[in-house]
Structure formats: C-alpha cells, structure tokens
Design a binder for this molecule. Sequence first.
Ligand code: IPD
Ligand code: CA
Ligand code: CA
Length: 262
Amino acid sequence: MIDLEKRLEVAKRVAIIAGKSALKTRDEGKFSVYTKHKNDFVTDVDKTTEELIFSLIKKEFPNDGFFGEEDENNEKGIGRWIVDPIDGTTNFFRGLPNWVVSIAFEIDQFSPLIGVVYAPVFGDLYYAIKGKGSYLNEEKINCSSIDELSNSLIVCVPPHRHKESYSRYCNTMENLGNCCSDMRSYGSCAQELCFIASGHIEAYYELFLGYYDFAAGQVILEEAGGKLTNGSKNHPFSDNSCNIIASNALLHKNIEEIVFGE
Ligand code: IPD
Ligand code: CA
Ligand code: CA
C-alpha cells in the first residue's frame, strides 16, 4: 500500500531543507555556473541539491523510483519521484527571487499524485495531494474566477533554447497578447503554475519543457481548480520534452483555440 500522506510530509520537509540550503549557498556566493547547451545553464548547487533531495527521500522510501533533471538515471520503482532541484536556475544565479524546489510523486506516468513547490526567497510552501485540495503555507488556495480573456494575465515564455521555433511561438504569443489584459514571465515554470493556482494569474503557455519542470506544479494547479494539457496536437508528453497549456480552467478553451489556431 502506497502511503501518499506520508510521502507528502516527507516531500514538504525535504523541499524546505533543500531550498534553505541552496539559498544559503547562493547568498554566500559559493557556486559555479556551467553551460549545458546554448542558453541552458546549470550550477553545482543544482546538482548537490538534487543529490540531497534524493538521499533524504531514499532513506524513507528505498523502493521508490527516482527521476531528476540533473540525474541521467531514470529509476523505476513502485512509484516515481520527479524532481527539479532548482526550477529557475537563471534567476538563482542572477540574484532574482523566483526560483523553487519542485518535488512530485506519481504511480502512473504523467499523472502526478503529489506536488510540493518551495520558494526559499519568499518562504512559500505550496503543496497538494490528488483529491485533497491545494495549500500555500497551510492555507487553502484556489484559481481566480476570471472568465473573460480580456481581464486575464497570461505568462508566455518564448523558446529560448529552440530559437528555430521562436517566430512561430511569438506569432501565437502576439495573438494571445491581443486578447488578454497583460502578460508576465517569471522564469520558473513551477512558480508560474503555483501563481495560477493561487489566483494571481490566469494562464501559461510554454514549449520544450521537461516533465520535472511542471509535474509538482500540475497537481497544485489541478487541485486548486485549474487545468494543464498538452500544448501541441501531435507531440505526446515525454520525460524530457513537453509543450503545455495551463490555466484557471475557465479560460482553457479560449487559450487552446488561439494556440491551435481554431
Ligand atoms: C526552466 C524554468 C523556466 C522555463 C525553462 C525551464 P530550469 O527550468 O522553468 O521558467 O522557461 O523552460 O527549463 O532550467 O531553471 O530548471
Ligand atoms: Ca526547470
Ligand atoms: Ca532545474
């Protein structure tokens, strides 16, 4: 029997420990930045934070599977933990506040059941278990009730690592921008999903994400009344490449119509 409540408690504790440790290291300036690919960065803190998260969770649940952004292995187990140790790495090393630790757990692939997102700079802990609502620092959160696109705030993130898709994406972004009230971009997918879940913004559209970027945020968003679906019609989700549309649910169809050009 898989104990989800126990896993949630462990994930919350581990996310706080890992996030505080990364924040301390950053504030002391004790980190190095490396380039993974063009416009795609990683620091040594991303790696040590992921190792810390895995070792703390493995102590409690040695038979679970583990998949992390910085780990080449994708271990299968009874269920699987999906970890982005620092989502918002560029913000992390550029001294900006929006970066988070993101931890999810699933049994069936691409149906995450637990989501924990911890934003160390703000001391914000978002969490959810499927079917039990979403919380920010123990307070229940909900998506906004905005149901007019013209009143909405939308996050769009042009594909900085795939410039060949830039103009196609920016064309859609222009169409979305013409219909909404205003646009935002915070530099952390998990944080942006939590911002929809807590009613600050209404929607988010991004291409070429990893599953680790949004798995935890997806549960938190869905349990707050929102929706996350595939942002392309012919590109099924894979662990390392997903296009997503996320929203407060009320505007989902409107966003899809613009993205798919219907
Ligand atoms: C990135 C952030 C960013 C998104 C990128 C992601 P990372 O994750 O979520 O908001 O635009 O696509 O790769 O690299 O900071 O973990
Ligand atoms: Ca990420
Ligand atoms: Ca990351």
